[in-house]
Design a protein around this ligand. Structure first.
Ligand code: GDP
Length: 617
């Protein structure tokens, strides 16, 4: 078999590259896809463009025709049989088009609205593309929206640009420059594709297009094909080895549960025994039917699908087979060959999930992560790992009560982590009820960064709440000196004196003390003065005064608690005493736990000093 595989490898037998379209919502992904499909159809020549399951196939001839306008030197020399463009634009298909952690998408089109530049989901797409090391080009869409644009439908972009009024050309140059700067902010070099002399894998190529007028579409297709055959011939060489991925699991009336797959390499046959990931372990089943959509012209035929005895890559196919109810999108699909051991293939296919479990370091304190597909789970975990959010455990599929129960163990260990980040999954009602009852937070979203934002906001609100609750126990360190012997406005409880903050920060509510030692016995005596109940700087009430905030001194009022002996200036202390905030072991712990963000390095040093002054272990 190895020999066959090698024999089949040749530059004359390349498979079609697979292309995904990504980008922010409303940038024009759908319309762009339609436009690419439609130009030929309108011209009365479908040119062999065929609708597959979840993908559209563009044969080489169609691409040659569409790119003919690009140069007068003759037609493009196309070595690949065609181009397979995945129809569902967005992250979902890209993330599921995976195999063992790498992408099966050979090249991606990242669509950016030239009027808006890089948007939040564009950044998310960029991250996905980078994580999976996928090559991509940028379609700078909606050029027709620039002021004064004169459309030249379906033509090459540079010819269009040339005939634009000067002001429009200037606007274009300005918008391109801005986009290039925005890419630079993401650490990427970018250039208009016709100025890009470098490898697209080093410098991103920008292709200006309009999905409405079709301008720039020839450029886009030409670049896609040119790049894939120039840089990827090796990975595009046809192999008899099978590579197939489940993109969607779907119930179809009359067919039952089906899977939509992309066959990126090899051949599939009716009757093949296949192995894929399931929610409750590997699924082994037999292909009952291989289906592709009926061509548009054949509408009089009743069935919506064409049956195939066998199908060769690259193709988007619907597979009917028994026992697909628990199939997981994003799973690899393996075929059991005559010499293969079914058991080991089952293990092999499930190892993808095992790998994800390993990727999660199973922090004893961490959030729960659940997603609908292997691809999205993987992408979410990659993101959380970069964002340094610890993950406690993961699961695939709808959220059940048992998932909530397991996630709820975090309530004791780390209540702020008692959170379930659920990506594109259904939450069963009972599960939600249980979560509400025990206090587990469930966040649901279809966009990774929305989940992350929700989690961050939640974590921040918990931090705030903890601060509020523990504020009375927290004591910030400070060192005060009276501004002089006459800075006494009231010499008995409540004391009112004038001080300078020599070190640290003085907060309203801070307990303060002086320390005196008996020179003979060297015994230390801590004299509590009470709490600072109010303070004023130049007659203005303050809540906090930090060292260096003011030159004019702070007038503070100190009150004793009812159980304490009221202190008197001149008897218990005088202007030569240094006044310290009265820390305790417990107050230091609270400060470190909830207010670490509010203390400086100097404050931490002062805490160490105060510990020794006050004799705290
Ligand atoms: P998607 O969310 O990325 O799939 O975006 P759509 O394809 O649904 O397009 C979003 C909106 O932008 C629609 O109203 C389109 O008509 C419009 N649109 C898309 N491409 C272009 C374009 O090139 N020029 C103009 N003027 N409008 C466009």
């Amino acid at each position: 078999r190895m020999k066959d595989a090698l024999a089949a490898r040749s530059e004359d037998d390349l498979r079609s590259p697979i292309c995904c379209i990504l980008g922010h919502v409303d940038v024009g992904k759908t319309l762009l896809l339609d436009k690419i499909r439609q130009t030929n159809v309108q011209a009365g020549e479908a040119g062999g463009i065929t609708q597959q399951i979840g993908a559209t196939y563009f044969p080489a001839e169609a691409i040659v025709k569409k790119t003919a306008s690009l140069s007068d030197k003759g037609k493009m020399n196309i070595k690949v049989p065609g181009l397979l463009i995945i129809d569902t634009p967005g992250h979902e298909s890209f993330t599921n088009l995976r195999s063992r952690g790498s992408s099966l998408c050979d090249i991606a089109i990242l669509v950016v609205d030239i009027m808006h530049g890089l948007e939040p989901q564009t950044l998310e797409s960029l991250r996905l593309l980078r994580d999976r090391k996928a090559s991509f080009i940028v379609a700078l869409n909606k050029v027709d929206r620039m002021y004064g644009w004169l459309p030249r439908p379906n033509g090459p972009f540079r010819a269009s640009l040339k005939v634009q009024p000067q002001a429009t050309q200037d606007e274009f140059a300005m918008r391109v420059a801005r986009t290039i700067t925005e890419f630079a902010e993401q650490g990427l070099n970018a250039e208009l594709y016709y100025n890009n002399k470098k490898d697209v894998r080093k410098v991103v190529s920008l292709v200006p297009v309009s999905a409405v007028t079709g301008e720039g579409i020839p450029d886009l297709l030409g670049l896609l094909v040119g790049l894939t055959q120039k840089h990827m011939t090796n990975s595009l060489m046809y192999l008899s080895e099978l590579a197939c991925t489940v993109l969607e699991v779907k119930a179809i009336e009359g067919l039952g549960m089906t899977i939509d797959v992309v066959l990126s390499n090899g051949v599939l046959h009716e009757g093949d025994r296949i192995v894929l990931c399931g929610l409750d372990g590997a699924i082994v089943t037999t292909v009952r039917a291989l289906l592709t959509p009926q061509p548009m012209r054949e509408l009089r035929i009743k069935s919506a699908y064409v049956h195939h005895k066998s199908i060769k890559a690259a193709m988007g196919i619907k597979i009917c087979a028994p026992d697909l109810e628990k199939a997981i999108a994003g799973s690899r699909l393996l075929v059991v060959g005559p010499d293969d051991d079914e058991e080991s293939l089952m293990e092999e296919v499930m190892s993808d999930i095992a790998t994800l479990h390993k990727m999660v370091k199973k922090s004893p304190r961490g959030v729960w992560v659940q997603a609908s597909t292997l691809g999205s789970l993987e992408a979410l975990l990659e993101f959380l790992s970069v964002s340094k959010v610890p993950v406690f455990d993961i699961s695939i599929g709808p959220v059940h009560k048992k998932d909530v129960t397991r996630a709820s163990t975090m309530l004791e260990k780390a209540p702020d982590m008692a959170v379930m980040l659920c990506f594109d999954v259904k939450v069963e009602k009972e599960a939600q009820d249980l979560a509400d009852e025990v206090g587990v937070k469930i966040f649901k979203a279809d966009i990774i960064y929305h989940l992350f934002d929700a989690y961050q906001a939640h974590a921040a609100s918990i931090v705030e709440q903890n601060k509020k609750e523990s504020a009375p126990q927290a004591v910030f360190p400070c060192k005060l000196k009276m501004v002089g012997s006459d800075a006494v406005f009231r010499n008995r409880d409540p004391l009112v004196i004038g001080v300078d903050v020599v070190e640290g920060q003085l907060h309203q509510g801070t307990p303060v003390c002086v320390v005196r030692s008996n020179p003979e016995t060297n015994e230390r005596k801590i004299i509590s003065l009470g709490k600072v109940t109010s303070m004023r700087v130049n007659d203005k009430p303050m809540k906090v005064v930090r060292k260096g905030d003011t030159n004019s001194g702070v007038s503070i009022c100190i009150e004793c608690a009812s159980h304490e002996t009221p202190k008197t200036f001149g008897r218990h202390f005088d202007h030569t005493d240094t006044i310290y905030s009265l820390l305790s072991r417990a107050s230091i712990d609270v400060l470190k736990k909830h207010f670490l963000g509010d203390v400086s390095k100097d404050d931490l040093r002062l805490i160490i000093l105060l510990k020794s002054v006050l004799g705290i272990p």
